[in-house]
Design a protein around this ligand. Structure first.
Ligand SMILES: [Zn+2]
Length: 250
């Protein structure tokens, strides 16, 4: 047992007070390794809340640099960091927030060839990218590795999020079997929308790490759907699709 020290007892006091959590729960967080793929609108709240909660090792993967048009939603970054790598900008913000967290920085683009090697060392993966290709790539790599992951997408005023445990719950390809075509033109995104969906992604990851997650006997996943124009947030049961590559046994 590693135990936690007095500084950690103070920092994580509100975690420790959670029913059924306590020091053992915090130790689980501190031992955990989570990879955040994409440090934009979704990845910002994800990385903030995972670092604040005291996840021991946080992997940060992104190939892009900070652009002024990112700042209306990508709240990890700031105006004095235009042109800086998003990984470096995120690392600076998160190190200021919680020096307890060890950051592993990957300034690379995820590909079919490298994905499994980047994902393998982590307990949970959070997909927080802005394109379908990356979402399907992460889905397939996590299925191949048997790695739990959270995935989400946002557009304009709405978004969805899904937590997947390979072999136990339905996956992204159970919802939409084949990767949709990329949108022809840029679309709007109100920043608070990825704020909500990224928050849900962080919560799904933390819930799993805290030991609060249990599989359903029917293999259904929970698909969270938010419509910000009507302020409806619904959670739908997503059954495994017969013949899907995820091959959930029920
Ligand atoms: Zn599936």
């Amino acid at each position: 047992m590693m135990g936690i020290n007095d500084d950690q007892r103070a920092r994580y006091a509100r975690n420790l007070l959670l029913p059924g959590f306590g020091e053992a729960g915090q130790e689980r967080f501190l031992r955990a390794r989570v990879l955040v793929i994409g440090l934009g609108g979704l990845g910002s709240p994800v990385a903030y809340y995972l670092a604040a909660a005291g996840v021991g090792v946080l992997g940060l993967l992104d190939f892009d640099v900070v652009d002024v048009s990112n700042l209306q939603r990508q709240v990890l970054h700031s105006t004095d960091r235009l042109g800086m790598s998003k990984v470096d900008s995120a690392a600076r913000t998160l190190a200021d927030l919680n020096p307890d967290v060890r950051l592993e920085l990957v300034r690379e683009r995820l590909t079919r060839e490298n994905a499994q090697d980047f994902l393998r060392p982590y307990d949970v993966v959070v997909e927080a990218c802005d394109n379908f290709a990356a979402k399907y790539l992460v889905n397939d790599a996590c299925l191949a590795l048997g790695k739990p992951f959270v995935t989400a997408g946002v557009s304009e005023w709405s978004g969805q999020a899904l937590f997947v445990v390979p072999g136990r719950t339905a996956c992204l390809r159970c919802v939409v079997p084949d990767e949709p075509p990329a949108p022809a033109a840029p679309f709007g995104i109100l920043g608070a929308v990825p704020g909500v969906l990224g928050g849900l992604e962080a919560l799904e990851a933390l819930r799993y790490l805290a030991g609060q997650w249990t599989p359903r006997a029917d293999g259904a996943g929970l698909l969270h759907v938010m419509d910000g124009t009507t302020m409806r947030l619904r959670t739908m049961l997503l059954p495994p699709r017969c013949g899907c590559a995820c091959r959930v046994k029920i």
